[in-house]
Design a protein around this ligand. Structure first.
Ligand code: ATP
Ligand code: MG
Length: 451
């Protein structure tokens, strides 16, 4: 029966001790092995996080050779398992040798259940910590947590983010929709000394122009009808942390002037207030607009542009990233297959080609959505381009069966027209029998001239 108790393998040949330990450790799912061979088989089958092992195993009950061999084999087979060795009470030297050989800890008999309990709990705790750490490291493909990339220009951006994080430089992330501007802004915050304070985001495109000022700087009671209590704005709430001005290109011009003043003076005035309140925030901006062009068209203030673009980070679209398309596709496949408890092994070769060939106008967001949909639609072990919704004229032509069928139908029609629809003559021309030709005519739904 499988349950959620942690597994514990007990390697002990003494039947009396076996049952004593089995009864005592009922908070674990106990598996017992009496010999080295049984122990190895149990490790393969159960992958126990903790193993309690007697050093004297048959046929060498009185010695330690078999016990040492068992430790060596288990450490190779399952290096993450924690082996706790039990020795005779005068056998300190062998206990230490066992640890040198890869055992995690030792315990000298006679068995005292409470002490053993503590040792096992500690071993189990260590094992879970290491396991968590290992999973974390697997997720860290780039140096930035949560950012998946192998494209050289993306890796360079990751390094830039790491370098900028400790500074107070105002950065602006630009790039098409769905390229990961917010993901990178969050990474910047997490790596900065402000990480324990908040990152407050304001989406400048989503706030109506007449509410923008109070949204940013807050208001005093009575500042306008409905202002029945003092309310802090986003800038003030971000004090000590990071202020993320998303879609900064959509900031209305009058507000651009007020924002610039804040960036220069680092003080705010709440709407309806007279006090100047100093605020300490790191500012990060993002936009999918071309700010330089907006400056040229006088829709974005040039002085504000220079102020926020102390460092501009241009994020390339997914179609220009080398190796990232499949890397991300596989990442999302794994994520959503696990979430849906589905065993999907990968993408069909035609889906792989489609992923590489497609232009991904919605970038990573589109990739995530298509793969998520693919996992749901998938009826086999592999996701097809159809599951991803990536069937194009082009990929149809790459389907060999379809190509063959098209050619076959065209050849039949040509042959028929050459002999004016005479079936025997057509069959002869094509080198097939009359019944075969009839089958093909039926299959391709070809009209006979005299029908
Ligand atoms: N390198 C990446 N690795 C893993 N996931 C990513 C990566 N880049 C983006 N994503 C994911 O793609 C989605 C879109 O990312 P994000 O919101 O950061 O894009 P954006 O550039 O801010 O888009 P928009 O301009 O539309 O606001 C999110 O779900 C995010 O988690
Ligand atoms: Mg965004």
């Amino acid at each position: 029966m499988s349950n959620n108790k942690p597994k514990l393998l007990i390697v002990e040949d003494d039947p009396g001790l076996q049952s004593q330990l089995r009864w005592h450790f009922d908070q674990y799912e106990v598996v017992v092995a009496g010999t080295r061979e049984e122990a190895i088989a149990a490790v393969r089958l159960h992958e126990p996080p903790i193993i309690l092992q007697d050093l004297g195993l048959p046929p060498d009950d009185e010695g330690v050779d078999e016990g040492f061999r068992c430790i060596r084999e288990i450490s190779t087979l399952s290096p993450t398992s924690k082996i706790i060795v039990m020795t005779g009470n005068a056998d300190y030297e062998n206990a230490v040798r066992a640890v040198a050989m890869g055992a995690y800890d030792f315990y000298q008999k006679p068995v005292e259940e409470e002490t053993l309990d503590l040792i096992l709990q500690r071993a189990y705790h260590m094992h879970s910590l290491e396991e968590e750490n290992r999973i974390q490291q697997e997720q860290d493909i780039t140096p930035l947590n949560g950012v998946i990339a192998c494209d050289p220009s993306m890796l360079k951006i990751c390094r830039t983010i790491e370098k900028l994080a400790p500074s107070e430089v105002t950065c602006t992330l630009t790039g098409e929709s769905g390229t990961g501007k917010e993901v990178l802004a969050k990474a910047l915050h997490r790596l900065s000394p402000r990480k324990d304070n908040r990152m407050v985001a304001i989406n400048c495109a989503a706030v109506p122009e007449n509410l923008m000022e109070s949204e940013l700087f807050g208001y005093e009671k009575g500042a306008f009808t409905g202002a029945n209590k003092r309310t802090l704005g986003k800038v003030e709430t971000a004090n000590g942390g990071t202020l993320f001005l998303d879609e900064i290109g959509d900031m209305p011009l009058p507000l651009q002037a007020k924002l610039l003043r804040f960036l220069q003076e680092r003080v705010i005035e709440r709407v309806g207030g007279r006090e100047e309140i100093p605020v300490d925030v790191r500012v990060v901006c993002a936009t999918n607009k071309n700010l330089q062009q907006m400056v040229a068209e006088n829709t974005f203030r040039e002085d504000l542009y220079y102020r926020i673009c102390e460092m501009e980070i241009r994020i390339p679209p997914l179609r220009d990233r080398q190796g990232d398309k499949l890397l991300l596709a596989r990442h999302f496949l794994k994520k959503y297959a696990e979430q849906n408890n589905q065993t999907i092994t990968g993408f069909t070769s035609e889906a792989t080609e489609a992923i590489e060939a497609y232009s991904w106008p919605g970038n990573i967001r589109e990739m995530e959505n298509r793969v998520k949909r693919g996992v749901v639609m998938c009826e086999n072990k592999q996701i097809s381009s159809e599951d991803l919704g990536l069937i194009s004229e082009e990929s149809l032509n790459l389907n060999l069966r379809q190509v063959r069928q098209n050619a076959e139908r065209a050849a039949i029609l040509r042959a028929m027209s050459m002999v004016e629809g005479n079936i025997s003559a057509t069959a002869k021309l094509l080198g097939v029998t009359r019944p075969t030709l009839y089958d093909l005519i039926k299959k391709y739904n070809i009209q006979l001239p005299n029908d």
